[in-house]
Design a protein around this ligand. Structure first.
Ligand SMILES: C[S@@+](CC[C@H](N)C(=O)[O-])C[C@H]1O[C@@H](n2cnc3c(N)ncnc32)[C@H](O)[C@@H]1O
Length: 380
């Protein structure tokens, strides 16, 4: 779908499905500005190493990275995985499938993997023999490869995106601030989506194959991305978007349309499909081997804490806001579709500038710590 089609549907009040236009900021901006996501991915390497020890004995190894964005944040992890395999004397061909939505910037990804990007030393496609990198632009709620052909699936920070917004959130931007009726709709959508995701992976995986995922969610203490004490980032998004409404910069409909198509599942919601009686997920052979929660400290805040004597609050604000922008901007832009592109740029820029100014005035309590729910799933 083009942006024009989306605009038309939006005008007709039809479209809650933002998947056709959803994307992280392109041209490598996402991975360059998202150091925390890379740290969280790198911290998962041990789990992948464990999975490597018991991969199915197939002729080729097929790996998939579901919801890969520009591939930059997981590039080192996959480099290390491939290196370990080759060092162990395993010379089987490796097919690496990067999956994301059709609107994703696959071009940057393919360039990076071929050594044309910034981290050419991690271009494992070039550094090792018999590596075949492919892309898939179909959403992960569907089965993406033939049954019983996937050796190892991985996904980071992606499966909180719901396949469709069940409703707009009237007075907030995210389900964490939704009213109880809206929140229930998001929960139901996310439960159905999670089951679809698991059933699809259950079909794709070979017996003995593993699916390892680290997803945004709500931990046992009620913490989630940007809400681990101090200010809550999503409250700040809401405040500044509301500020634009109050100042007549956006209209009521645009205010409401900026609803993130995301749901942060609790640990219980993540585990529920495995524990239900007559579980469909168990019927396709999936078993949950472990589930834990993990906090990754905001690297931009940590940097500021260590350099407080030399770094000004405004420099800190300049380093923090782009990491929130790299993945959230698409939501605010989409809410403004129908306006002139230059006007959209201006409105979105001033929205993030207002947030940045707030942080620069008083940086206390501003950070974007990550909360992940880490799951090891096996097809038995
Ligand atoms: C926050 S980024 C995470 C990127 C990368 N995995 C990481 O951890 O840095 C989320 C990614 O999920 C993708 N995504 C969202 N919904 C998706 C879907 N239904 N199918 C595939 N990818 C999806 C987005 O386009 C985006 O690239």
């Amino acid at each position: 779908m083009t942006l024009e089609d989306f605009t038309m549907q939006k005008k007709n009040g039809e479209n809650l499905n933002t998947q056709s236009v959803l994307a992280m900021r392109g041209s490598g901006y996402y991975s360059q500005k998202t150091a925390g996501a890379k740290i969280a991915i790198d911290a998962t390497q041990k789990l992948l190493e464990r999975a490597l020890n018991s991969l199915p004995k197939s002729e080729i190894l097929r790996f998939a990275d579901f919801g890969c964005a520009d591939g930059g944040t997981s590039q080192e992890l996959w480099y290390n995985v491939v290196q370990l395999i080759r060092e162990s004397g395993d010379n089987r061909p490796i097919e690496m499938i990067y999956t994301d939505l059709a609107s994703n910037d696959f071009s940057t990804l393919f360039k990076s993997m071929q050594g044309m990007g910034k981290n050419s030393e991690l271009a494992y496609q070039d550094k090792f023999d018999d590596i075949f990198v492919h892309g898939c632009g179909t959403g992960f709620h569907k089965q993406l490869m033939p049954s019983e052909t996937l050796s190892l699936g991985f996904s980071a920070t992606a499966m909180h995106y719901v396949s469709e917004k069940p409703c707009q959130i009237k007075d907030h931007v995210h389900m964490v601030g939704a009213d109880s009726g809206e929140r229930m709709k998001f929960e139901e959508q996310a439960l159905n989506d999670w089951e679809s995701i698991l059933l699809a992976r259950g079909k794709e995986l070979m017996s003995g194959g593993k699916f390892i995922c680290i997803n945004f969610g709500i931990d046992e203490k009620g913490q989630y991305l940007g809400n681990t004490g101090g200010h809550s980032m999503f409250e700040k998004f809401r405040d500044h978007w509301y500020g634009h409404l109050k100042n007549g910069i956006i209209n009521e409909e645009e205010y409401v349309s900026a609803t993130f198509p995301q749901h942060y599942r609790t640990v219980e919601e993540f585990c529920r499909p495995f524990s239900e009686s007559n579980s469909l997920v168990e019927k396709v052979g999936l078993r949950l081997n472990s589930c834990s929660t993990r906090l990754t400290k905001c690297p931009y805040r940590e940097n500021y804490e260590t350099k407080k004597n030399t770094m000004t609050p405004s420099e800190y604000a300049k380093s923090l806001i782009p990491t929130t922008r790299s993945w959230s901007e698409t939501v605010f832009r989409t809410a403004l579709v129908g306006r002139d592109p230059g006007e959209i740029d201006q409105i979105v820029d001033s929205f993030y500038e207002n947030y940045e100014n707030e942080v620069a005035c008083n940086p206390d309590g501003h950070a974007m710590d990550y909360i992940h729910i880490v799951m090891e799933i096996e097809k038995v």
